[in-house]
Design a protein around this ligand. Structure first.
Ligand code: BGC
Length: 779
């Protein structure tokens, strides 16, 4: 019923209590001294009072409930609340969970889902455990639960926080109906190295875009009140700097200045905390030599003390005991002690807290106050989430909620909004719906499972619309849609598996034959879902296997051809960029993949997405990102002794913020409300954007700022605002941005957050390159 301390709620309705709690409340079970009824009466009485008042309980009321519970708990039960264990991949709990829950040694699970599975285990907690504390059920609902939306990197390419919020809200509604109360999302790791497989799971390379998207996702998952029956607790992860894994290799070390940490890697997390995110996940990586799951500076000094985060921190999967591998902990007891003392409240999957914790306390090596504080946070969260009042999922609601037609419609709309048009020579796209024969070719063209990318929630391949199906559904009767796979694609392809066999050659030839008979070709290639995501880093950003060869053979037919790319990271598609008539970046679009791709290919939707990440020409350029620092020797074509490579140009293949449209836009008339900023004043920057083409379409207007000179080398430019606008042909709109002193501040040499007077250059553009320039002076 209530969530954040201090939050108010109007017109509260009284909520039914589960029978089990009612029954227990009326019985006189003894719990080691004080009658259970006394404890429950206090806990429930507070709830009834609040329900009658119709307002959210004050923090002090929650604290009374927490105190009442804590006072009754044994040390073992306290550690039990800090333990989270993994269920089966299919959503069932494990047999041992029942015994652990009954004994009070388990407080949470992950992966246990589905109303029946959840209710069965919850019933043990509420009817058979001594303390009757509900479990909290977690699951990775990353880009959809049953209805799957584009991968997060794709969603961010929409530059549309409202769409992203909607996707998260639908995911929350489905997940909660299936008993999931807590998602491990959003992933807010800024990622600048395309080799890192988990770049797929985040918002890309920019802290500002990342912050906007993190906020939108938290809002979508939690709403204003995460105890509502269609909301879940969100978890911002992986705290922190995990995206900076050296060489893009997953789980690898990170080493950086506090300035970079605060300027680049913190902002999306801070935005999530400010948006009220309920939980934070500590990461796998070490940061400057200290594992982030045992890092007091990040977990307590920054998160708790500076940012006043008052939810819980959960470790990543076994990341606490992995401190032994990091060689900062001697054994599990040492790891548990360090993690708890640093500020990790709940342990995921490994069991060092429950097994070593009680002894650590008894031997005086861990203050019980530290344990109590962690338990308090967990209990507070469970109370705020309404789990005592509404611990169960309604089995009938689950069926009625999953995959509603309106959810599918939203998935289709958002997938199309996420697509980025990279190339479109001579307006080959959109295809005319009256194209008589279309050949749809490629290993991903008629694929279902891969359309969902990685982290597929409870998504089912059988629900997915393939590209072939989507195109068939889009063309008029009388048109012919043919299909050939061309070649097989799976993770083995990356190490050369199956690539030299004559069968593949024959299959490519067959596909070319089918394409030859068509009037237009759609080629669907890229990566499989499993080629990005966790533990899926690559040293190459090239198209895996013989896909380029297939593309080359098809392009050689000189027919209208569109490449639809599906991938979880930037790919170095240099040849396609130069030779393919059209390239559409579709990411992994989700359940409605085929419909959304067809919507864009035939122009029902005019693509308006923009790259949230730089596309390098080669993996050798990584990490390559637009907001880098200048060097003493900026790259120059004529001067060898400048910052560049001998073998490729210093520029990316496609810059951050880039994306084409079926129409054209013109930016004009850049104006600043004042060319000087004084004191606390802000400056309004406006520009007009006009659709000068023949179709309705969307443009993302982007504001970049660069400090000309300051005491600490500034990024060459930084995104400070953006807006996606829709314009009819001939329509013009004025877009406004507000630039504040905060936007111009940075950490100086003494690590103070300051604005230094002087000049700033302003650029308003439709990508991180080009556009209109202005100047601002700060006094
Ligand atoms: C991942 C997390 C995820 C967790 C639980 C870990 O391996 O790093 O992102 O939430 O597993 O599935």
């Amino acid at each position: 019923m209530l969530i954040r301390p201090g939050a108010t709620r109007s017109g509260g309705t009284s909520r039914d209590l589960p029978n089990s709690i009612r029954r227990e409340a009326g019985e006189s079970g003894m719990t080691g001294g004080t009658p259970l009824t006394t404890v429950l009466a206090l806990v429930l009485g507070a709830t009834f009072a609040l329900q009658q008042a119709g307002i959210a309980p004050r923090a002090s009321v929650i604290e009374q409930r927490v105190d009442a519970l804590l006072a009754r708990m044994t040390l073992e039960e306290k550690f039990g609340q800090l333990q989270q264990l993994d269920g089966h991949a299919d959503g069932r709990s494990r047999p041992e969970h029942v015994e652990l829950v009954r004994s009070g040694l388990l407080g949470s699970t992950l992966n246990v889902r589905g109303a029946r599975n959840v209710n069965a285990l919850q019933r043990v907690a509420l009817e058979q455990s001594r303390m009757r504390i509900p479990l909290v059920f977690a699951f990775d609902v990353i880009h959809g639960y049953r209805t799957v939306f584009p991968i997060p990197l794709g969603e961010s390419a929409s530059w549309d926080p409202e769409a992203v919020e909607q996707a998260a809200a639908i995911a929350a509604a489905e997940a909660r109906a299936a008993g999931v109360q807590w998602t491990f999302a959003p992933m807010a790791d800024v990622a600048r190295d395309a080799r890192w497989g988990r770049i797929a799971e985040g918002a890309g390379e920019d802290p500002r875009l990342g912050a906007v998207m993190a906020r939108a996702r938290v809002r979508g998952f939690q709403g204003d009140d995460y105890s509502q029956p269609d909301k879940v607790l969100a978890c911002v992860k992986h705290w922190v700097a995990y995206g900076a894994a050296e060489a893009g290799r997953d789980y690898n070390t990170t080493d950086m200045s506090e300035r970079t940490l605060r300027t680049v890697y913190f902002p999306p997390f801070k935005a999530a905390v400010e948006a009220g995110v309920a939980t934070v996940m500590s990461a796998f990586n070490d940061l400057n030599g200290v594992p982030t799951s045992g890092n007091h500076f990040t977990l307590t000094d920054v998160l708790r003390d500076e940012w006043q985060f008052d939810g819980i921190v959960v470790s990543d999967y076994r990341s606490i005991v992995e401190m032994i591998n990091h060689r900062v902990a001697e054994n599990e007891a040492d790891a548990a002690r360090q993690a708890l003392a640093a500020g990790v409240d709940m342990e995921m999957v490994s069991r060092s807290y429950v097994t070593e914790g009680p002894r650590l306390v008894k031997e005086g090596r861990l203050p019980v106050a530290v344990v109590d504080e962690a338990v308090r946070r967990v209990l507070r969260l469970k109370i705020r989430a309404g789990l005592f009042e509404r611990p169960y999922a309604e089995e009938s609601r689950e069926k009625a909620t999953l995959m509603r037609p309106e959810y599918r419609a939203a998935a289709r709309r958002i997938a199309a909004r996420s697509m980025v048009l990279l190339e479109n020579d001579n307006g080959v796209l959109p295809l005319s719906p009256s194209t008589r024969r279309i050949a749809v070719i490629g290993p991903l063209a008629d694929d279902r499972a891969n359309m969902m990318g990685n982290w597929t929630g409870d998504g089912r391949a059988e629900d997915v619309v393939t590209v072939v199906e989507g195109i068939r559904a889009a063309v008029p009767a009388g048109s012919e849609v043919t299909y050939a796979k061309g070649l097989d694609l799976d993770v083995k392809t990356l190490s050369g598996g199956g690539q030299d066999d004559p069968e593949t050659s024959a299959s490519i030839e067959k596909a070319v034959g089918i394409a030859r008979a068509a009037d237009a070709i759609v080629l669907v290639i890229g990566e499989t879902g499993a080629m990005s995501g966790e533990a899926s880093s690559r040293t190459s950003l090239d198209l895996p296997g013989r896909q380029l060869e297939l593309a080359q053979a098809l392009v050689a037919l000189r027919k209208p051809l569109a490449v639809v790319l599906m991938n979880g990271r930037p790919l170095s598609i240099n040849w396609l960029a130069e030779h393919a008539p059209a390239v559409l970046e579709a990411w992994f679009p989700g359940t409605e993949a085929g419909h959304a791709v067809a919507d864009v290919l035939f122009g029902r939707v005019n693509p308006g997405g923009k790259l949230p990440v730089t596309f390098p020409r080669t993996a050798g350029q990584a990490p390559l990102y637009y907001n880098h620092l200048p060097t003493g020797r900026p790259p120059s074509e004529t001067d060898k002794y400048t910052s560049k490579y001998l073998d490729v140009p210093p520029t990316p293949l496609y810059p951050f913020g880039y994306g084409l449209s079926y129409t054209e836009f013109r930016l004009a008339d850049l104006q600043l409300s004042s060319d000087t900023m004084r004191g606390a004043a802000h400056v309004t920057i406006s520009v007009s954007v006009e659709n000068v083409g023949a179709r309705s379409g969307d443009e993302v207007v982007q504001l970049y700022v660069a400090d000309v000179v300051r005491s600490v080398s500034p990024p060459v430019q930084e995104l400070k605002g953006f807006r996606r606008v829709t314009l009819e042909p001939g329509e013009r709109k004025r877009v406004e941005f507000t630039l504040t002193r905060e936007d111009l501040s940075f950490y100086n040499r003494g690590m103070d957050w300051v604005v230094e007077p002087g000049e700033f250059s302003i650029r308003v553009s439709n990508s991180s390159v080009g556009g209109l320039m202005g100047r601002l002076e700060v006094r």
